[in-house]
Write a protein that binds this ligand. Structure first.
Ligand code: ATP
Length: 390
C-alpha cells in the first residue's frame, strides 16, 4: 500500500460505511447483519458464491434497494438509516457499472462519457472524458457509436462513464464477467490502474477469487448473507479463519484423523495438532501446491509406497494424481500441483514433502453442525512437516 493511500486511510472518514445491514425479500433473509467499510482510495472486493447476497449489499449501498435495517454512510454522512432516511441513487455521488452496462445507443462514446458532466463547461467536460477514454484505451473510438464497439470496448466506455463525475465511491457488479478470459485480464488490469490513478474508493462484486485477489486491497468473503472473513488477499489466502475460506480459493485435498499425542496421522504424514483436544477429530486441508513431489529412484512396491496414479500437463504446471500411503496402510487419493513439466509415469514411487504455509488444520465439526458465522475462528494452525511419504 503506498504512503498516500495509507495517510488518507488513517485520517479521512470511510468512503462507504455499512453497519448492521439486514435485508429480506419476502420471508427470505439474504443479508444477515453485515458491517463493512471501504476506506478512501481503497478497492474492496465482495467475494462469494452465487446467491450469497453480494449484489443485494451493493444495491443497498447504491440506493437501488431501499434499506430495511442498519445504516449506510458515504464519507461520514448518513444516506440511509433510521427513520426511513433514503437518499436516492442519483444524489449519492456513486459511479455504477454492471456486467452488461447499457450505453446510450444514440450517443457517441464521447457523449456517453460526458453525459453526467453537464455541470461543467464544455471544454472541461470534453477534456475529462478524453483523459479517461485515453486511460482505458478508448480515445481512438471517441466518435464511434456503441453498436460499432465490441463487448469489451463497451465495458471500457461504461467504466469511463461511471468514473467521469469523480464519484465518492465506485460500485462495480461483476463488470468483467461477460468478457472472454484474455480480454478480461487486460480490462481488469487497465481498470485497476485507472482506479488507483484517480484514487477512487471502490466496492467490486465478484464470484471469482482470482479476480478478487488481483483487484482488491481487501476482500470481504461472503457466504449465505454473512461476511465470513475480511482482510487483505494475503490474509485470506495464508491465514484463513474457516475451512470455507480455504476451499473457496481453490481445490484442496481434504484429510481427517483423530488427534493422538498432539498429532494427526494422515496418508501424507503426521500433522501437528497439539492445540486440539486429544481424541478429537481434526480436519486437515492441504492445497495441491503444498505437496512437493519427487520421483524415487529405487523401485518400490506400489502397494506399500506413495505412487503416481496419473500425471497431466496443464501448461505452467503439472497436476499429479497420487496415491498417498501411510505407514499403517491407510491410503488417500491426493492431487499435487507442481511447477513446470513433471510427468512421472503411472505407478512411479514418489516421496512427498509439504509446504507448511499451504496446510491448514481445523477442528472437525459434527455432521450437520454449522460454523458460527461472523466470528473469526482463528483456531487453525499451519504445521511444519518433513516426510518421505513412506
Ligand atoms: P450472484 O452472484 O448470483 O448475482 P449474489 O451473491 O449477488 O449472487 P444476490 O443477487 O444478492 O446474490 O441474491 C441473494 C438472494 O436474494 C438470492 O437467493 C436471490 O435469488 C434473492 N434475490 C435477489 N434479488 C431479489 C428480488 N428482487 N426478489 C426476490 N429475491 C431476490
Amino acid at each position: 500500500m503506498n504512503q498516500n493511500l495509507q495517510q488518507s486511510l488513517s485520517s479521512a472518514a470511510p468512503a462507504l460505511s455499512m453497519q448492521g445491514i439486514h435485508h429480506a425479500f419476502g420471508r427470505h433473509e439474504v443479508v444477515k447483519g453485515i458491517d463493512l467499510e471501504v476506506l478512501p482510495g481503497e478497492v474492496v472486493c465482495l467475494l462469494g458464491p452465487s446467491g450469497c447476497g453480494k449484489t443485494t449489499l451493493l444495491r443497498i449501498a447504491a440506493g437501488l434497494e431501499t434499506l430495511q435495517r442498519g445504516r449506510v454512510a458515504l464519507e461520514g454522512k448518513e444516506v440511509a438509516g433510521g427513520g426511513g432516511r433514503h437518499l436516492p441513487p442519483e444524489k449519492r455521488s456513486v459511479g455504477l457499472a454492471f456486467q452488461d452496462s447499457a450505453l446510450f445507443p444514440h450517443l457517441s462514446v464521447l457523449e456517453n462519457v460526458t453525459f453526467g458532466l453537464k455541470h461543467l463547461p464544455a471544454g472541461e467536460r470534453r477534456q475529462r472524458a478524453l483523459t479517461l477514454l485515453e486511460q482505458l484505451g478508448m480515445a481512438a473510438h471517441a466518435e464511434s457509436y456503441p453498436h460499432m464497439l465490441s463487448g469489451g470496448q463497451q465495458q471500457r466506455v461504461a467504466l469511463a462513464r461511471a468514473l467521469a463525475p469523480e464519484p465518492q465511491l465506485m460500485l462495480l457488479d461483476e463488470p468483467f464477467s461477460s468478457l472472454d478470459a484474455r480480454l478480461r485480464d487486460q480490462i481488469r488490469d487497465d481498470t485497476l490502474h485507472v482506479l488507483k490513478k484517480v484514487g477512487a474508493a471502490t466496492l467490486l462484486v465478484t464470484h471469482d477469487p482470482e479476480e478478487a485477489m488481483f483487484m482488491a486491497d481487501r476482500i470481504a468473503l461472503m457466504r449465505d448473507g454473512h461476511i465470513i472473513q475480511v482482510g487483505t488477499p494475503r490474509e485470506l489466502y495464508c491465514n484463513p479463519s474457516d475451512p470455507f475460506v480455504v476451499t473457496f480459493f481453490g481445490e484442496v485435498n481434504e484429510l481427517s484423523g483423530e488427534v493422538r499425542d498432539g498429532q494427526v496421522m494422515t496418508p501424507v504424514g503426521p500433522v501437528d495438532a497439539g492445540w486440539l483436544a486429544e481424541g478429537s477429530t481434526a480436519r486437515v486441508l492441504v492445497r495441491p501446491e503444498a505437496l512437493q513431489v519427487a520421483a524415487l529412484d529405487a523401485p518400490a512396491e506400489t502397494h506399500s509406497h506413495s505412487h503416481t496414479v496419473m500425471a497431466k500437463l496443464l501448461g505452467r504446471s503439472s497436476l499429479l494424481h497420487i496415491c498417498a500411503h501411510a505407514p499403517d496402510g491407510e491410503e488417500a487419493h491426493v492431487h499435487a500441483r507442481v511447477p513446470g513439466v513433471f510427468l512421472p509415469a503411472e505407478g512411479q514411487p514418489v516421496t512427498l514433502r509439504l509446504d507448511p504455509s499451504q496446510v491448514f488444520v481445523f477442528p472437525s465439526r459434527p455432521a450437520g453442525a454449522r460454523a458460527a458465522h461472523g466470528q473469526a475462528q482463528q483456531d487453525h494452525r499451519h504445521y511444519a512437516y518433513d516426510h518421505d511419504g513412506q
